[in-house]
Structures are given as C-alpha cells and as structure tokens.
Design a protein around this ligand. Structure first.
Ligand code: C2E
Ligand code: MG
Ligand code: MG
Ligand code: MG
Length: 290
C-alpha cells in the first residue's frame, strides 16, 4: 500500500537557502488566495493501535497544491503562514474541515476514530484559542473525545505556564492533547511531570534508529525508556514514521501503544482513508506480540 501511494507525497519544495526570494515572497502572498480558492486540502494518515491492529486515529496533514509551483510541503509554507499570521485562519480551517470529515465518516457508518490536528505556536498565542477550538468542535457535532490537539515539544516549552493552562482547559472539555515530535529537541524532561497531556508522539528519529544496522540494542533501550517513562506518567505513546517491519516488531516488544508511518499507509485523501476504515485495515504480516 505504501508503495501504491508513494507518488502522492513527493516534496516539491523543501526549505532551501538557495531558493530565490521572489518565490518565497510569491508563496507568502499567495497563501491567502490559496485558502480562498481551495488550493489547500488535507490528507489523513492512520494511527494504528498495536495491540488490536485497528486504526484508532488519523492525523490531519495540510497540503497545498500551487497552480504554478505544484505541491508545496507544509514544512515549507507553514513557517511562512506563521510569519504573516495567516496560520490562525488556516489553522481554524484545518480544524473545521478535519472535524467535518470525522463526522462524515461517522455518518457513513464507519468505526469511530479520533482526529488529530496540529496546532502551531502562533495559534497558541491567541488568547481565545481554547474557546475557538471548542466552538469549532461543538459546531461540528463531533464528540470532544474524538478530537486530539498536537503541539510540538518545542512550542510547548516556549511558554510553559500559559500552555499548561490552555492544555488543561482543552482536556477538561474532553479533547485529547499530545506532545508532537517528542525527544527531537534539547528540552529537559522536567516539564513532563507538570504538563496535562494524554499522548507522547515519539519522534521519527528514534524509530529510524531502531532499524539501523549498528547500535540497535542501544537504540532499542533508548526508545523503550521513553515508552516506560510515558507509561509511568499514565501517558500513551504513538511512534511516528514507522517504515519497516523490524521497527514495528521492536515497538511491539517495548509495548508502544500505537504507530503511524508509511508501513501502514501514507497520508491519504479522505475517501481512501474511509476505504481503509471500512476494512478496519489490518497490518500485513503483523509480528506476534513479545
Ligand atoms: P508532524 O506533525 O510531525 O507530521 C508527521 C510528518 O511525518 C508528516 O509530514 C508525515 O507525512 C510524515 N510521515 C508520516 N509517516 C512517515 C514515515 O513513515 N516516514 C517519514 N519519513 N515521514 C513520515 P508532512 O505531512 O510533510 O508534515 C510536516 C509537518 O508540517 C508536520 O509534522 C507538522 O509539524 C506540520 N503540519 C502539517 N499540517 C499542519 C497543520 O495543519 N497545521 C500546522 N500547524 N502544522 C502542520
Ligand atoms: Mg503532528
Ligand atoms: Mg511529529
Ligand atoms: Mg514534525
């Protein structure tokens, strides 16, 4: 399956210092039109619970099909949207659209899934962010337990005191909160004990090392320590960027809760994700739990 959708995810533009300023400017100014003209769309990547092999969630990932430059990677245009502030409107559009899609799957009789949406640093600075999120979720008619907000570790620790309050409010309303790209930066672990979160998303970096030919035992020990620590703090762990059966076997052995990655599926258009849900997509050649 991964191979079949492989061509979908080519990154046409990556952050590149040699990129002409004119293009950067064109993208920056073109984004408002992109939102208005429907050039933005969302793909959904399944999150598979390892014990049951069922899709328990999907991550909403934003895409931009530019009329001239083609497909532009979010790592490229989201920082620009942060600079202009348009990320606030775009972020609301993503949440609204992703919630509407969740509802559409429900109404089609498909199994319940949680939809995870990424929130950027700029959005968290909006004093009304929690009210806005909860309003959008309420308007969509999707239960709050089916919505998850992902915040990167780097963003979280920018303003721990404020973010702790926001996260608390979201969780009190029943929305789940996860720490994205956990372990990717250089932040201390101390903050974890005081943050109201439900899920750690283990950065793909740790998963990639699991598959490496050298130092596999040490990589395993490191990833396992993250899983154990999370569990002792009553958190679930989702492993990101799982690409191989070996990585999956290791993650199962260390009792990681869930995983997403090309091994299961690329980020997919809504109808294709719906088709997977309809089959309650099972992992091919699933290794036995240790
Ligand atoms: P992220 O939230 O950490 O999303 C996971 C990224 O890993 C996605 O990249 C996904 O396509 C990619 N990925 C999934 N499986 C694999 C795998 O097996 N191997 C590898 N190498 N990569 C895999 P994508 O879609 O290019 O998005 C990049 C980043 O852009 C996201 O990282 C997130 O930080 C940001 N982003 C995407 N959509 C939104 C959005 O709606 N709002 C905000 N604020 N940020 C977004
Ligand atoms: Mg994410
Ligand atoms: Mg991530
Ligand atoms: Mg990331």
């Amino acid at each position: 399956l991964a191979r079949r959708w492989g061509e979908n995810s080519v990154r046409v533009y990556s952050a590149d210092a040699s990129e002409p300023q004119s293009e950067r400017l064109a993208l920056k100014t073109g984004m408002r039109e992109a939102l208005r003209e429907g050039q933005l769309f969302i793909e959904y990547q399944p999150q598979v619970e390892l014990a049951s092999r069922r899709i328990v969630g999907v991550e909403a990932l934003l895409r931009w099909q530019h009329p001239v430059y083609g497909r532009i990677a979010p790592d490229r245009f989201i920082p620009l949207a942060e600079e202009t502030g348009l990320i606030v409107q775009i972020g609301e559009w993503v949440l609204r659209t992703a919630c509407a899609q969740n509802r559409a799957w429900r109404e089609a009789g498909l199994p319940e899934v949680r939809t995870a949406v990424n929130l950027s640093a700029r959005q968290l600075k909006d004093p009304d962010i929690v009210a806005r999120v909860l309003q959008i979720v309420a308007d969509s008619g999707v239960p709050t337990r089916c919505v998850e907000i992902e915040i990167t570790e780097g963003t979280l620790i920018e303003d721990l005191a404020v973010n702790r309050v926001l996260m608390n409010e979201l969780r009190q309303a029943g929305v789940l909160v996860s720490i994205d790209d956990f372990g990717a930066g250089y932040s201390s672990l101390n903050y974890l004990s005081e943050l109201p979160v439900d899920i750690l998303k283990m950065d793909g970096m740790f998963v990639r090392r699991l598959g490496a030919a050298s130092g596999r035992a040490r990589s395993f020990a490191l990833a396992e320590s993250i899983v154990d620590m999370a569990h002792r703090l009553q958190l679930k762990v989702i492993a990101e960027a799982v690409e191989t059966g070996e990585q999956l076997a290791d993650l199962c052995a260390m009792r990681c809760d869930a995983a997403q990655g090309y091994l299961f599926a690329r980020p997919l258009p809504p109808d294709q994700l719906g088709a997977l849900l309809a089959r309650q997509y099972a992992v091919p050649a699933a290794p036995a739990l240790a």
